[in-house]
Design a protein around this ligand. Structure first.
Ligand SMILES: [Zn+2]
Length: 430
């Protein structure tokens, strides 16, 4: 017998949302989007077992092969696609426009208070359809991101699958908190490390503490050159940057570089970082190198606009980034959805980044791919970002067609993570 779906949702919520050894679930989808080729298939079925997709295909075929005790989730009026992947967030930040906003979080909020707020942010993100997030640095909250990931995996509360970076790295004198009285020994938003040998030890120590990614602030002090390029000061020497990448890769971890100006992007590409964050100052030569090296790019457009508000130079940077984005798209750089959520408040849905990418030239399908298959590739996880057999059963469903209007992604009906429905707005059918 097929059990009523509402009961299953309730049970899932009550049991901490981490039920994996549960009865199979049969999902009937109205329109199912194949992320690899953009095809929309009508009236498809998905069979979910142990949190993964066990079978997919035409509804009649999948339904016929389903076990008798399978529960039914009827999404036949809905447009269904894989759960979204956000590749650049900070759950432990709550939005900062100014240096003072940032300092207040570090100086006035304890790590435990920030972790509680992070748990709420993680829950919001999941309800918005982000079933996976790469969180790039705790910004002074130690390894609270490692603990949050652990709690989410244990089903203590609902939230995305997290990939975390712990403390990001920067060199002495390059990252806030700075410019306070010299006799004060203040906390930092990063782990300060200098010199090749110290860097190797520090990367090993981060990995020991449970991080998935090594994040490095590669440049600072962005300025606009008369030739129109964004230039910057690099924080490390080339051999230091190489040490981060070598040591991380040796330990099976990937590397992320915060870069803004030409000089930082050049240094990060030379060192072989796997992903570039922001990279407003991308020029043709650098974009060509990124394409050749297969480097991923998270342009973080929304955060750029957020911080730019009221600042003429910030506006200029945003225009430069838009132009670089269009060029990168034409050259085929691998762009992953990464909004830098946390740099803006968690009351804002990071899916707004998708609309900004479409405004700057992506097709809605390309934007959706950046939030699914490209994100999965960035993470090195073939079992995410798709609904093919073997994939994690993460999906979102919505009444409208996001290929026609990308902002429809901000109006979801259903979210499932690991085979457990965590959001269902429309009433169950009789
Ligand atoms: Zn960031």
């Amino acid at each position: 017998m097929i059990r009523p779906f509402r009961l299953r949702l309730l049970l899932g919520l009550l049991a901490g949302l981490a039920l994996s050894a549960q009865a199979p679930l049969l999902v009937r989808t109205g329109r199912l989007l194949d992320m690899r080729n953009g095809q929309v298939r009508m009236d498809q079925g998905l069979l979910v077992k142990e949190g993964r997709i066990a079978a997919s295909g035409p509804w009649a075929q999948v339904a016929a092969s389903a076990p008798k005790d399978a529960a039914l989730l009827d999404l036949s009026g809905q447009f269904v696609l894989p759960g979204l992947i956000e590749a650049h967030t900070h759950v432990l930040l709550q939005g900062n426009r100014t240096a003072q906003d940032y300092a207040d979080q570090i100086l006035k909020e304890s790590v435990s208070y920030r972790a509680l707020r992070a748990a709420a942010a993680a829950r919001s993100a999941l309800m918005w359809g982000f079933t996976t997030m790469r969180d790039l640095g705790s910004e002074g909250a130690g390894y609270a991101d490692v603990d949050l990931k652990k709690a989410l995996e244990a089903g203590v509360m609902p939230g995305p699958r997290l990939f975390v970076a712990g403390k990001a790295f920067s060199a002495t004198g390059t990252y806030p908190l700075q410019n306070y009285a010299w006799e004060l020994d203040l906390p930092s938003g990063v782990r300060v490390v200098d010199g090749v040998e110290a860097i190797r030890v520090a990367v090993r120590d981060e990995v020991r503490r449970g991080v998935d990614w090594i994040k490095v602030y590669v440049d600072r002090g962005t300025r606009l050159d008369p030739d129109g390029r964004l230039r910057s000061l690099t924080n490390y020497r080339p051999e230091e940057l190489r040490a981060f990448v070598e040591e991380a890769h040796h330990l099976g971890r990937r590397t992320s570089a915060h870069v803004k100006g030409w000089d930082g992007i050049d240094a990060a590409l030379t060192a072989g970082f796997d992903t570039l964050e922001h990279a407003d100052g991308f020029t043709d030569d650098l974009l060509d190198r990124a394409v050749r090296q297969g480097t991923f790019w998270c342009p973080t457009i929304y955060a750029g606009l957020w911080v730019a508000e009221g600042r003429p130079l910030g506006r200029k940077f945003a225009e430069i980034l838009s132009a670089a984005f269009k060029k990168g798209l034409a050259k085929g750089v691998k762009v992953a959805l990464g909004s830098d959520a946390g740099a803006f408040p968690w009351t804002e849905n990071p899916a707004k980044e998708l609309a900004l990418m479409v405004e700057r030239g992506m097709t809605p399908l390309q934007a959706l791919q950046s939030a699914t298959v490209v994100g999965a590739d960035l993470l090195g996880r073939k079992d995410l970002g798709s609904l093919e057999p073997g994939a994690c059963a993460d999906l979102v469903a919505l009444p409208e067609d996001p290929l026609k209007d990308i902002t429809a992604l901000q109006r979801l009906d259903t979210v499932m993570k690991g085979g457990v429905v965590v959001r269902r707005d429309s009433p169950a059918r009789p």
